[in-house]
Design a protein around this ligand. Structure first.
Ligand code: AHR
Length: 507
């Protein structure tokens, strides 16, 4: 804090102006068979904290504290070469397989049944992906039968024999992963994928009419095919699917101001996808509304050494991969991305932070050792815990900032939620300027008589501070003492590069 010349920003909060509900599914995450996310992440049978099924209790506890709602599984790029049958039945009979996506070996100690057990313990909703890279409709339907049919058929009875009496009733299914990407095993051109996804989705609905299906959208806004991919895929699948996926990662290439524009860029991506969806809807004269599953998002320093997969004859089990260490600035970006997802709750109906443990993750573990929270854990956990009710449409007045690449974006990113039942209103705000503090003025007379319950900010003199296993607690969100409330007007100082949460309650 402490920039003498703070700039002024203003928001007006009025509970009459609603974007849509706060959806629990906005707070999803992702567990992929990648690096140490599964093995020595959620699962480590010989760890002192392992439970009777081999799951790390410390990780389960942190997952609950993070407030994760849905968890996508088992990939990611991994799923496009995955044979789900390898991961069910007696563990001693399961084959070790090459994982081509991450040049690793998967011992198949964890499969669908283990993941479902873990989901129940973590209290999360599973979101399953089928392999449309090397496999097709039949294998997807077989997996669905295994998971969701109660019994009396070959696949469902196999599941019962493996210990799960009742069908799992998994609702959300991804029709493949990033099939637009040339790196994807079984990568397809848009018309090929459109046909396969549509027919697979149709057959899956014949097994269980109650599914919510996610068709693959673009892997990033930077794909040459972005837009046209959405048009072609949705033109074929529109009436069969409920959601189209969006993936986007943000990297700090050394220009911090550019990094802090991430929320602005995500917002633009969402608006573009909405335009593509609605174009197809309009051309089809459809009354159905397809929405967005933003099922991979995060800061990922993809070009750094951490993301280099093994090569040659080296096919390790659970290698150290994508173990990015996050800074306070990265956490501010994560907080802003979550604000952006909430602000678009009318069209973003589900989202998954990629990923949950060790792999570009808010939770880290040492094999056989400690677990700890990265910086990004804090804004996610607090937003998940306190955002509730409806997302309000704010009137925002903000100065603009520019980076070398991205010009004139709002310094203030904000959203407010209001829960009519509990009388709690929460303002989440990010100051994206790396140089200037913001004096925030919140007009909230329309809420009625409110009092401040809590105001927390997350920032640091050194925005590059990172948590480690030895010190994950010396920089955490702390009370923002500048908050003042007087006659329907709240004021707060938002330090440069900061995330803030202000909780209010009807007095
Ligand atoms: O989350 C890491 C990888 O990013 C996923 O496997 C893939 O879907 C995306 O490219």
């Amino acid at each position: 804090m402490g920039n003498a010349e703070a700039a002024a920003a203003k928001i007006t909060v009025d509970p009459v102006f609603i974007v849509g509900p706060v959806r629990r599914r906005t707070f999803g995450a992702f567990v992929e068979h990648l690096g140490r996310c599964v093995y020595t992440g959620i699962f480590e049978p010989d760890h002192a904290q392992a439970d009777e099924d081999g799951f790390r209790k410390d990780v389960l506890e942190l997952t609950r504290e993070l407030g994760v709602s849905t968890v996508r599984y088992p990939g990611g790029n991994f799923v496009s070469g995955y044979r789900w049958e390898d991961g069910v039945g007696p563990v001693e009979n399961r084959p070790a397989r090459l994982d081509l996506a991450w040049h690793s070996t998967d011992p198949n100690l964890v499969g669908v049944d283990e993941f479902m057990k873990w989901s129940a313990k973590a209290g999360v909703e599973p979101m399953m992906a089928v392999n449309l890279g090397t496999r097709g409709t039949q294998e997807a339907v077989d997996l669905l039968e295994y998971c969701n049919i109660d019994g009396g058929t070959a696949r469902s009875d196999e599941r019962r024999k493996n210990g799960a009496e009742d069908g799992y009733g998994i609702k959300m299914w991804c029709l493949g992963n990033e099939m637009d990407g040339p790196w994807q095993i079984g990568h397809k051109k848009a018309p090929e994928y459109a046909r396969l996804a549509t027919e697979t989705g149709r057959a899956m609905r014949m097994v269980d009419s109650d599914l919510e299906l996610v068709v693959c959208g673009s892997s990033s806004p930077g794909m040459d095919t972005f837009g046209e991919w959405e048009r072609v895929v949705l033109s074929e699948s529109y009436e069969v699917v409920d959601l189209i996926s969006a993936h986007q990662y943000f990297e700090d290439f050394g220009d911090l101001q550019e990094h802090l524009s991430a929320g602005h860029r995500m917002d633009a991506f969402i608006k573009d996808i909405v335009a593509h969806i609605d174009h197809v809807k309009s051309v089809k004269k459809s009354t159905k509304q397809v929405n967005i599953s933003f099922d991979e998002w995060n800061v990922w320093h993809m070009s750094r050494a951490e993301s280099k997969a093994p090569g040659g004859k080296d096919w390790p089990v659970a290698p150290v991969l994508l173990e990015d260490r996050y800074t306070v600035a990265d956490a501010v970006v994560v907080g802003d991305l979550l604000i952006t997802l909430l602000r678009n709750t009318d069209r973003v109906h589900s989202a998954s932070l990629a990923q949950l443990v060790n792999v570009i993750a808010p939770i880290m573990t040492e094999p056989g050792g400690r677990s700890w929270k990265q910086t990004s854990f804090h804004p996610f956990a607090l937003t998940s815990r306190y955002a509730s009710g409806t997302v309000l449409n704010l009137a925002v007045e903000s100065p603009l900032v520019s980076s070398e690449k991205t010009k004139d974006f709002a310094a203030l990113s904000a959203v407010a939620t209001f829960n009519e039942e509990t009388g709690e209103a929460v303002v989440f705000a990010v100051n994206r300027s790396i140089e200037q503090d913001l004096s925030l003025d919140v007009a909230l007379a329309a809420l009625g008589n409110v009092k401040v319950v809590e105001a927390l900010s997350y920032s640091n003199k050194d925005p590059y501070w990172q948590a480690t296993a030895d010190d994950s607690t010396s920089v955490v969100p702390v009370a923002n003492g500048s908050v003042k409330l007087d006659a329907g007007r709240l004021t707060a100082e938002l330090p440069a590069t900061s995330w803030t949460m202000i909780r209010l309650n009807l007095a």
